[in-house]
Design a binder for this molecule. Structure first.
Ligand SMILES: NC(=O)c1ccc[n+]([C@@H]2O[C@H](COP(=O)([O-])OP(=O)(O)OC[C@H]3O[C@@H](n4cnc5c(N)ncnc54)[C@H](O)[C@@H]3O)[C@@H](O)[C@H]2O)c1
Length: 342
C-alpha cells in the first residue's frame, strides 16, 4: 500500500510529539511539508522528520493539493477555519484538542467532513496510551467489583508555557484551563463511565497571566450512577504527580499516574516519563500492576488515524465524541457563569 502523504500545520510546542509518532510510523507515512507562518519553526520540524524530505511552507494553503491528510496543531481559534480549508481541499484531518470554540463550529466541521467523505479525528491522546488502556481494562474486568467513583487530578506548573500570545486570551484559548486542558481527564472519564448526567465547576485565577481560570475543579454525575471529580491547576508551585486518575471500585482503588521526570513545559518531547498503575485492596499492601516509561507518546493515536483513513472506519475520537466532550465543559462554564463560581 502506498504511503499516506501528510502535511503538518502548526509547528509549535506539541509538534515534536507528533513528529516522534510520525517518525515511528515512517513505513506508513511520507510527510510532504511542515507549515507555520513562523517559518523557522517549520524548518525545525521539517528537519527533525525522518519520513522523507519535507518542504517548509509559510502558508499551509500552498500545500493542501499535494497531500492526502493534515495534522492541525494550531491555536484554538484557528481550529475551525483551518479544518474547513483542509476538508474542502479534500484532506483527511487529525486535529489537536479541543475540537473548537463553540458547538456551532463543531457542527460545521462535522458536516463538512461528512459532506466530503473524509476522516475527521480529534487528538485526545490519553485514551490511546497503553497505560490508560490497561487502566480501563482492569476496571472493566470487574475483578475489583463495580466502579462507583473516578477522581482525577492534573498538577502542572505552566509558568514557563503560559507566558503570552493566544494562551492568555479567552477569545483565542476558548476559556481557561478547564476548557483547554481538563479534556485530558474528562475524555478518559467519559470513555470509562459513559454519558454525563450533570456537571458543575468552580474556577479561579491563582496567578498565571491569563484571562481565564488557571485552576478548576469539577464534579460530575454519570448516567450510570458513577461520580467523577476533576481538579486541574496550571499554577502548581511543585507538581507532585502530573496526571493521576483513581478508580474507586467496590473492593479496591486502582490508580493510574503519569509523571514527567523533568520539566515538561521546557523539555517537551525530550522529557523522560514514568507511568504506573497500582491497586490498593483493604488489608493488603499496595500492588504495582504496571510500571513503564510511557509518556505523552502519540504513536497509537496517530496509528489509529492512519487506520481509519485507510479503512474508512469511524475514529474512536471522531467529531461527535469530541463535541460531546466539549459540551460538558461548555455546560459547566454556563452554570458557573450564572452562579459566579468561575
Ligand atoms: N495533546 C496534548 O497534550 C497537547 C499539549 C499541548 C498543546 N496541545 C494542543 O496543540 C495545539 C497547539 O498548541 P501548542 O502548545 O503547540 O501551541 P504553540 O503556540 O506552541 O504552537 C502553535 C503554532 O501554530 C502556528 N500557527 C499559527 N497560525 C498558523 C497558521 N495559520 N498556519 C500554520 N501554523 C500556524 C504558530 O505560529 C505556532 O508555531 C492546541 O490545540 C493545543 O491545545 C495538545
Amino acid at each position: 500500500m502506498s504511503k499516506l502523504r501528510l502535511g503538518i500545520i502548526g509547528c509549535g510546542w506539541i509538534a515534536p510529539f507528533h513528529v516522534q509518532a510520525l517518525n515511528r510510523l515512517s513505513d506508513r507515512v511520507a510527510v510532504v511539508w511542515a507549515a507555520d507562518p513562523e517559518t523557522e519553526r517549520a524548518e525545525r520540524i521539517a528537519g527533525s522528520l525522518t519520513t522523507g524530505d519535507a518542504e517548509v511552507l509559510g502558508n499551509y494553503r500552498d500545500g493542501l493539493e499535494r497531500v492526502d491528510a493534515v495534522s492541525i496543531l494550531v491555536p484554538h481559534h484557528l481550529h475551525h477555519p483551518i479544518t474547513l480549508d483542509a476538508l474542502q481541499a479534500g484532506c483527511h484531518v487529525l486535529l489537536e484538542k479541543p475540537f473548537a470554540l463553540t458547538l456551532e463550529e463543531a457542527d460545521d466541521m462535522i458536516a463538512e467532513a461528512e459532506g466530503q467523505g473524509k476522516t475527521l479525528m480529534i487528538a485526545l491522546p490519553h485514551r490511546y496510551r497503553k497505560s490508560t488502556q490497561a487502566f480501563r481494562q482492569i476496571i472493566d474486568s470487574g475483578d475489583y467489583g463495580r466502579l462507583f467513583m473516578l477522581d482525577a487530578f492534573m498538577d502542572e506548573d505552566n509558568r514557563e508555557y503560559v507566558t503570552g500570545g493566544w494562551f492568555v486570551k479567552k477569545a483565542t484559548l476558548g476559556g481557561g484551563v478547564y476548557f483547554s486542558a481538563s479534556a485530558h481527564m474528562l475524555d478518559v472519564m467519559l470513555w470509562i463511565a459513559g454519558e454525563v448526567q450533570s456537571v458543575s465547576m468552580v474556577g479561579a485565577n491563582a496567578g498565571l497571566p491569563m484571562e481565564g481560570e488557571d485552576t478548576a475543579i469539577s464534579i460530575i454525575k454519570f448516567k450510570n450512577g458513577v461520580l467523577g471529580t476533576t481538579r486541574h491547576t496550571w499554577f502548581s508551585p511543585k507538581p507532585h504527580r502530573w496526571y493521576t486518575m483513581r478508580a474507586y471500585c467496590e473492593r479496591a482503588v486502582i490508580a493510574l499516574t503519569v509523571h514527567p521526570l523533568g520539566k515538561l513545559a521546557v523539555e517537551g518531547v525530550n522529557c523522560a516519563w514514568s507511568s504506573q498503575i497500582t491497586v490498593s485492596e483493604a488489608g493488603a499492601d499496595e500492588k504495582v500492576l504496571l510500571d513503564s516509561d510511557e509518556g505523552l507518546d502519540l504513536t497509537e493515536e496517530v496509528r489509529h488515524f492512519f487506520d481509519c483513513v485507510e479503512s474508512g472506519a469511524k475514529p474512536q475520537t471522531d467529531g461527535q465524541v469530541a463535541r460531546q466532550l466539549m459540551k460538558v465543559a461548555l455546560d459547566a462554564y454556563r452554570d458557573a457563569e450564572v452562579t459566579g463560581a468561575n
